[in-house]
Ligand binder design. Structure first.
Ligand code: RP5
Ligand code: MG
Ligand code: MG
Length: 279
């Protein structure tokens, strides 16, 4: 596996904490490195024991590498090591121990809905990119409130929640702002996106995310699924409105030049390849 990069970003997000610098050749745990002296950090919001977070290890000993009650502590990357009661990041060192901003020890499971349509001109014809000579896809992108980066409108899988529901729920909350709607309006919106989301979708990726919040003991994993509005008349027709952890939302051209949060650009590259679109 390619070594993680954003998981080694010098300054830990939403903090003044700096990671212990980890050079490329020391990322792998199998590289003996006695000088490794990572900083320990768990955000105050996590230590406050909100419902979405685990307690500190000691009094609490979660069952790793298994489904622990309603919490899925299995990794898509296979069995991970547990050292001194703490799980070890399967992609290697990050320069920081503890959980940082993440609630769970070990894998923190998310889902990423990649909703796409073709970019068309006024007559409805697909627009072909001048360099690649391929049609251009557009996807629904949100600007994250936490870091200001553009991203897929993904979110955490709730304990016991089916991933198919997480995909639809997070898209509704972040790109359609359904959290602020009345129940009747919510039902209406649900009806309108149900067809697209009940189509199987194309599973783009399942595994580790190179997320800047990752630590040596806690990391993001996701299931990214592409729901494609081929005719441009289902979700394409809906008014987008940013909600929850999204500050803005818009249709964005799928293109390798557009920088995205975490490893989201990699997921879009896979979508472009699958749909024979410009990248
Ligand atoms: C990323 O963080 C995932 O790919 C997903 O998009 C996101 C989930 O975290 P929140 O949006 O809930 O912060 O690693
Ligand atoms: Mg969310
Ligand atoms: Mg989110």
């Amino acid at each position: 596996a390619a070594s993680h990069v954003k998981s080694r970003c010098p300054q830990y997000p939403e903090s003044a904490v700096n990671r212990f610098p980890v050079p490329d050749d020391k990322v792998n745990w199998n590289q003996n490195w006695p000088q490794y002296n990572p900083v320990s950090y768990t955000a105050p919001a996590v230590l406050k024991k909100p419902f979405w977070a685990d307690p500190e290890i000691g009094s609490f000993s979660p069952k790793f590498n298994t489904v622990d009650g309603a919490v899925d502590r299995t990794s898509f990357e296979g069995s991970y090591r547990v050292e001194n009661g703490k799980p070890l990041n399967p992609f290697g060192r990050t320069g920081l121990t503890g959980r940082g901003l993440l609630g769970r020890w070990g894998p923190n499971h998310a889902a990423d809905p990649i909703v796409t349509r073709w970019k068309v001109d006024a007559s409805g014809a697909k627009i072909i990119h001048s360099a690649s000579k391929k049609p251009i896809l557009q996807f629904v992108s949100i600007k994250r409130k936490d870091c200001g980066e553009w991203a897929i409108p993904g979110g955490m899988v709730d304990p016991g929640e089916e991933v198919s529901l997480t995909l639809q729920r997070e898209f509704s909350e972040e790109a359609l702002n359904t959290l602020s709607l009345k129940q009747s309006e919510k039902d209406q919106m649900h009806k309108r996106i149900k067809t697209l989301f009940s189509s199987t979708g194309f599973q783009v990726y399942k595994g580790y995310v190179d997320d800047p919040r990752n630590t040596d003991n806690a990391w993001m994993e996701t299931v990214a699924v592409n729901f494609h509005d081929e005719a441009g008349n289902s979700v394409s027709a809906l008014p987008l409105q940013a909600g929850d952890d999204a500050g803005q939302v818009q249709w964005v051209d799928v293109d390798s030049c557009f920088a995205l949060y975490a490893s989201h650009s990699h997921f879009l590259e896979l979508v472009a390849r699958e749909r024979k679109a410009h990248w």
